[in-house]
Design a protein around this ligand. Structure first.
Ligand code: PLP
Length: 460
């Protein structure tokens, strides 16, 4: 890990030591020993910061830093890991993690009606309103991951034996959410381009009706699937669902937080997003948004009472089990939100970078893109069986050859040893880094005598 990064972490940890001392003592008291320890910690922080200033390059400092066991991640490398890219935290979220690590720290100012989305300090209530308007829906709740959003909807709408329409590329969590509610999943087949269309959805609804004598109770489709990150016709599918009076759940795990999402324009009854996948938020986090029409059903409040001691549970929402995200998970999500709101405006540029990288790979003899092309997402599946893998077969590192070559150049994140048909993601990489990645791929290709057609490189 880069020495500056090491030192920055160390400074943060030393600050935590100071906070711990402050936490331990009674208000308005100071013991000389504590003051000394605080001074020492403050000096430590100062020293780390000075070291960073001075480049911390001396062998002594380097030796200390080398012994600190902090996992080296994207801080010192270019990380093209397929699923982490848009979930990576902002510096604001990282600070919130430190400050709000205690789970119930969100609850200091929880007052009647005692519910997470009503807390105004920190500003959790307005955050919920902003989340709803961010995806152009009426009401939103934070949930522990997109999967819990699916679950809240299926558990409210699906009864035993009911059919739910999903895509043939649906994420496994959608299957589990339906299964948990006792429903049966019916998959819409893909067309020859691995896309789910509105027509295919209509045919599936008809087939289910014929077979079971009942209409499905929910249509749930991923805007971009996890396998190819192909775009599916969510707007057309929502229209078809509504023609049959079936509600439509839009799975925005790969969109909410990276590109603009307009739930009303799509015709969604429910919009689900994933905080840790696409909103620069800690795991597990996500959002479930809905319309005024559906909110009373999905966010219904408890009817239960504890009769023996006459207890009532107020406005606690059943599907949310009262409250959902607390402490640093929620505050991390909130801290990243201003950045997330702004960054969705850069989606077109993100797509240019994604296509630049894919074009750079396609310029290498034998390489293919398995996802739809041109790319409409920053996540892509590529096939290098007839390019880098031909080299790997003759190389002593075999399947690890490409990962080894990439990591020598500071590029990480692919699944080492599994780079025949594989996924990568360019989200959030600067143009400089994307160019570096393309140049590196092409340099490796040339080093091992694969042809590179430089004319194919796209202009950014
Ligand atoms: C398309 C899709 N939907 C849903 C999920 C589940 O998201 P979460 O981890 O937020 O529950 C994933 C996670 O990989 C996904 O790829």
């Amino acid at each position: 890990m880069d020495i500056r990064t090491q030192k920055t972490f160390e400074a943060l940890f030393a600050l935590e030591d100071i906070r711990e001392i402050l936490r331990q003592r009674l208000p308005n008291t100071k013991s000389p020993e504590e003051e000394n320890t605080i001074k020492e910690s403050v000096n430590k922080v100062r020293k780390f910061l000075d070291d960073i200033e001075n480049d911390a390059g001396t062998p002594e400092v380097r030796k200390i830093a080398d012994n600190i066991d902090i996992r080296s991640r994207e801080e010192t490398n270019i990380n093209i890991q397929p699923i982490q890219a848009a979930g990576r935290l902002t510096p604001e979220a990282r600070k919130a993690l430190i400050a709000y690590g205690d789970g119930y720290s969100t609850c200091d100012a929880c007052r009647k009606p005692f519910r997470l989305d009503k807390i105004s300090s920190p500003p959790i209530a307005p955050f919920h309103e902003q989340l709803a308007s961010f995806v152009n829906m009426d009401v939103a709740r934070v949930v522990p991951g997109a999967r819990r959003g699916f679950q809240a909807v299926t558990s409210s709408l699906v009864n035993k034996g009911d059919s739910v329409i999903v895509s043939a590329l649906a994420h496994y969590t959608e299957f589990l959410a339906v299964e948990g509610a006792g429903g049966i999943v019916r998959e819409v087949p893909l067309n020859e381009h691995n896309i789910v269309t509105a027509d295919a959805t209509a045919e599936k609804i008809e087939a289910v009706k014929q077979e079971t004598g009942k209409l499905p109770v929910l249509v749930m489709i991923d805007h971009f699937d996890y396998q190819y990150a192909n775009e599916h016709d969510v707007k057309g599918i929502a229209k078809v669902a509504h023609q049959y009076d079936i509600p439509f759940l839009y799975n925005g795990a790969y969109t909410v937080g990276v590109r603009p999402v307009d739930g009303k324009d799509i015709g969604a009854d429910f919009v689900v997003g994933s905080g840790h996948k696409s909103m620069a938020s800690p795991a597990p986090s996500g959002v479930l948004a809905t319309t005024e029409e559906w909110a009373p059903r999905i966010f219904r409040t408890t009817q239960m009472t504890g009769d023996l001691t006459k207890r009532k549970f107020g406005v606690k929402e059943v599907e949310m089990l009262g409250c959902t995200l607390m402490g640093s998970t929620l505050l991390g999500m909130m801290a990243s939100f201003p950045t997330v709101k702004e960054r969705v405006k850069n989606w077109e540029d993100e797509l240019k970078k994604s296509n630049y990288l894919i074009d750079g790979l396609l310029a290498i003899e034998g390489s293919k893109v398995v996802s739809e092309y041109p790319r409409k997402h920053t996540l892509s599946k590529v096939d290098t069986i007839n390019s880098f893998d031909l080299v790997a077969q003759k190389n002593k590192r075999r399947g690890f050859f490409l990962s080894d070559e990439l990591s020598k150049k500071g590029i990480v994140g692919e699944f080492a040893g599994a780079t025949r048909v594989w996924k990568l993601n360019t989200y959030g990489l600067s143009w400089e880094k994307v160019r570096y990645v393309v140049d590196t791929f092409q340099e490796i290709a040339e080093k091992y005598d694969l042809q590179v057609n430089k004319e194919k490189n796209s202009n950014d």
